[in-house]
Design a binder for this molecule. Structure first.
Ligand SMILES: NC(=O)c1ccc[n+]([C@@H]2O[C@H](COP(=O)([O-])OP(=O)(O)OC[C@H]3O[C@@H](n4cnc5c(N)ncnc54)[C@H](OP(=O)(O)O)[C@@H]3O)[C@@H](O)[C@H]2O)c1
Length: 294
């Protein structure tokens, strides 16, 4: 697709969405960043976005204004909302009505694991996109390495512990969102990735025991882990959040503590990137030597 029309990056100031615009700008695209508050606007601007559309996803007229005149859209659903599916389906419909040519959805690997609500809420959005008439690319990232940096790293440095509620010996696969961002940008600016669904993971699976060993090696001091009861975790981390959020974490704990998050076949990501995907070991080494921003 010629990159003559602007591309709307929804979530351009979010934990993961912030990595998309720089990849698009590098490829010569004009980017409009969609954000819903001041802090996100500042982050989006710091990544090079000049055209900002302020829009809450539940405000249809603001979303229509954000979509006006764009040729491509990147969408990453806000997490753990009871109406995540409805918001996403409506966003897809509004993009189609606005005449968007190409739509990239950043969803999740295995949306069919319906016993986890953060997975099953992605399915209706995928379906709406397939029905939409737009050229679609559905990216299905596995666990995102940047979650460790965004949500846990400061506490790891402060306490010397990496604590989660799910079993520390179960193995899961991971992806660096900067690799996902590269794929998203290719899908929006080049031909070859439209009308496809792609699972994105680095190779292999690792446990939290493995991750703390990587952290210890990178930091040169011992980092330990333990498994906190989910009830204690929810009470400590989400005491006043709505029940839906705590229930979502119980879903995740039940699945991850029993199965981990199997997978780790990197064929698709390696093929699209034309290089080896970044690994968790690389990511943790970078975290240990860089203050922020990865
Ligand atoms: N964490 C993982 O390992 C992982 C793995 C695979 C898939 N995912 C999926 O990745 C997605 C994003 O995760 P996340 O932690 O970045 O979620 P998030 O913090 O909820 O944010 C997603 C984006 O939506 C924006 N947003 C939130 N509410 C909005 C609203 N009402 N109107 C407009 N924009 C709004 C956020 O902006 P602000 O940040 O500025 O509020 C952010 O840019 C989720 O759907 C999650 O299920 C996560």
């Amino acid at each position: 697709m010629p990159v003559d029309k602007p591309i709307l990056v929804m979530g351009a100031g979010g934990h993961f969405g912030r990595f998309i615009a720089p990849q698009l700008i590098k490829r010569g695209a004009t980017v409009r960043g969609m954000v819903h508050h001041d802090q996100a606007e500042a982050i989006a601007r710091s990544t090079g976005v000049k055209d900002i559309a302020r829009a809450d996803l539940r405000d249809e007229s603001a979303v229509r204004r954000a979509l006006n005149g764009v040729g491509g859209v990147f969408y990453i659903p806000p997490k753990f909302l009871p109406d995540e599916a409805e918001i996403g389906v409506r966003f897809v419909q509004l993009a189609a009505e606005a005449g968007v040519d190409r739509f990239v959805l950043s969803g999740v690997m295995y949306p069919f694991i319906t016993d986890m609500r953060n997975h099953r809420s992605k399915l209706p959005v995928e379906l709406a996109l397939v029905k939409s008439g737009m050229d679609f690319t559905i990216l299905q990232p596995t666990n995102i390495m940047q979650s460790t940096g965004a949500f846990f790293w400061d506490r790891v440095l402060e306490t010397g512990e990496y604590v989660e509620p799910w079993a520390q010996d179960k193995k899961s696969c991971y992806v660096d969102y900067r690799d996902v961002a590269e794929v998203a940008a290719k899908a929006l600016t080049e031909d070859g990735l439209q009308n496809g669904t792609f699972e994105l993971t680095a190779a292999g699976t690792i446990s939290r025991n493995d991750i703390v060993a990587m952290m210890s090696e990178a930091l040169g001091r011992t980092i330990t882990t333990r498994t906190m009861r989910i009830a204690d975790w929810n009470a400590q981390n989400m005491p006043s959040d709505p029940p839906f959020l705590r229930e979502a974490f119980i879903d995740i704990d039940l699945f991850y503590s029993r199965y981990g998050f199997p997978g780790g076949n990197d064929l698709v990501l390696r093929t699209i990137l034309g290089r080896e995907p970044r690994t968790m070991r690389d990511y943790i080494r970078e975290l240990a030597t860089t203050s922020a921003g990865i």
